[in-house]
Design a protein around this ligand. Structure first.
Ligand SMILES: [Zn+2]
Ligand SMILES: [Zn+2]
Ligand SMILES: [Zn+2]
Ligand SMILES: [Zn+2]
Ligand SMILES: [Zn+2]
Length: 456
């Protein structure tokens, strides 16, 4: 725990590339004069006070960075990973990323040897997320080493003038990279946005997250679900975050007031942060809609959802976020959620009545949940004939094709045998496809609308 009883916060991505204070995370937008630590030249601070406050945590690593950079052998180790521009046609981002990774691993090993201990997460990020040329993988540190060897001037990396989160060491190295960066839609799941656009949004999201962190005694993460109730269920087929939540979020946070406008609390970043939590209830609704052939599920008196696996944070299980399911389904009287996973702390296993919003309470609607600290198939086995197939079983980013495979095999077998309507989400396309295969091999019928495909 840090001062004020708050958890030590990990600096945001922007802080590792000199775009935010390493201590208080204030970004260049908020504090024009970030000063570089003159000893290691790797981190920046908005004020002498912030540097002082961070010194205890930074001191040993700062010294290790300085010593490693000034050791001539370091240049020989790391310069092997710089891509020769002449061999760089056509431009290949993956290759540069691989080289950058290799350079990072070697630099980390040198630092660990100097430190005489493993690096912390933050220290690993300082190395792994540092700015590097998009074309040749050079870092500022390597550029300084080169200049020292050649007795020449230092020309630090320049950044994209739009997002300031992508870098190049000389103008020629920006020409091809710029096309990839700013013209082509990115391939990492956000097919419609360029890397530059995604990184500009990241900056806005970061500004917003910081404005939340600054509220004394406020929540450390932003959680929001609307109070509004829909009059009737409407299909999610053509829905998107803006259409579902844009107007209510904007109204509930009074984003049109002059104060809000002045404090740069724009809707986009808030919606991004809200979508972190809301994607759970929305994924459940989307799964129910696509696994049912008609709308009778929307008018059931009791709807039962089983949430499988460890990926749901305890604080989210407490959250009001699941009430959004009730607010989208006004005919449902009771929502029952069972959380089941080996990482859930042992619990009473009785139904817990959860607090609902005043309007649901007045209407006598109920939200109840139950926690089981075991795998799903163990849970089903224990209930025996009392086990009832839920309206939906869902696992969020289970990683079932990667980790704890054996225990998931038992769960998947149960889900298939009992024909449980099921939806699994994954971190990325590869995992999603691997999980699709696991299910297909177990004899499941895959519903084309649910993929494996991008979760809308
Ligand atoms: Zn600061
Ligand atoms: Zn330093
Ligand atoms: Zn370069
Ligand atoms: Zn850019
Ligand atoms: Zn409610």
């Amino acid at each position: 725990m840090a001062e004020g009883g708050r958890m030590q916060r990990i600096p945001p991505h922007t802080a590792y590339v000199g775009q935010a204070c390493f201590k208080c995370h204030k970004s260049v937008e908020e504090s024009a004069s970030l000063k570089t630590c003159t000893s290691c030249r790797r981190v920046r601070y908005c004020s002498v006070q912030c540097q002082k406050d961070d010194w205890k945590a930074h001191k040993a690593f700062c010294k290790a960075l300085r010593l490693v950079e000034s050791d001539p052998a370091t240049y020989d180790t790391l310069s092997r990973f710089v891509l020769n521009y002449a061999e760089h046609h056509p431009y290949h981002a993956d290759r540069v990323n691989k080289l950058g990774e290799g350079m990072g691993v070697n630099e980390a090993n040198l630092l660990i040897r100097r430190l005489g201990r493993p690096m912390t997460t933050v220290e690993r990020n300082v190395v792994g997320w540092q700015a590097r040329c998009m074309t040749c993988a050079r870092t500022d540190s390597l550029i300084r080493m080169e200049a020292a060897r050649n007795n020449s001037d230092i020309t630090p990396l320049s950044s994209c003038s739009d997002c300031h989160l992508s870098f190049y060491c000389k103008p020629e190295h920006w020409q091809d990279a710029q096309r990839i960066h700013a013209d082509e839609p990115s391939e990492d799941g956000h097919h419609t946005l360029t890397q530059c656009a995604i990184q500009r949004q990241m900056r806005l999201d970061q500004l917003f997250r910081r404005s939340i962190e600054e509220i004394p005694e406020g929540p450390s993460t932003f959680q929001w679900a609307p109070d509004r109730q829909k009059d009737q269920w409407t299909s999610l087929a053509d829905a998107n975050w803006e259409s579902e939540f844009g107007v209510v979020l904007s109204e509930s946070l009074q984003l049109d007031t002059p104060e809000a406008v002045a404090s740069s609390r724009s809707l986009g970043p808030m919606l991004h942060c809200a979508s972190d939590g809301l994607s759970m209830p929305m994924t459940i609704l989307y799964g129910l809609e696509n696994l049912n052939s008609d709308d009778t599920w929307t008018t059931k008196a009791t709807l039962t959802i089983h949430v499988l696996g460890p990926a749901v944070e305890p604080e989210l299980m407490k959250a009001q976020l699941f009430e959004e399911i009730m607010h989208q389904l006004p005919k449902v009287q009771t929502l029952q959620i069972i959380f089941c996973g080996p990482d859930i702390p042992p619990n009473s296993e009785n139904w817990m009545e959860m607090e609902t919003c005043p309007r649901c309470r007045r209407a006598g609607r109920k939200r109840r949940q139950r926690l089981y600290s075991r795998t799903y198939h163990e849970y089903a086995l224990r209930l025996g004939s009392a086990y009832e197939v839920p309206d939906l079983a869902v696992a969020f980013n289970s990683g079932c094709s990667q980790e704890a495979r054996d225990s998931w095999v038992g769960t998947i077998k149960h889900l298939v045998q009992r024909k449980v309507p099921t939806i699994f989400t994954a971190f990325n396309r590869e995992e999603g496809e691997a999980e699709g295969k696991l299910f297909a091999n177990a004899g499941a019928t895959l519903v084309p609308a649910l993929g494996p495909r991008k979760n809308p």
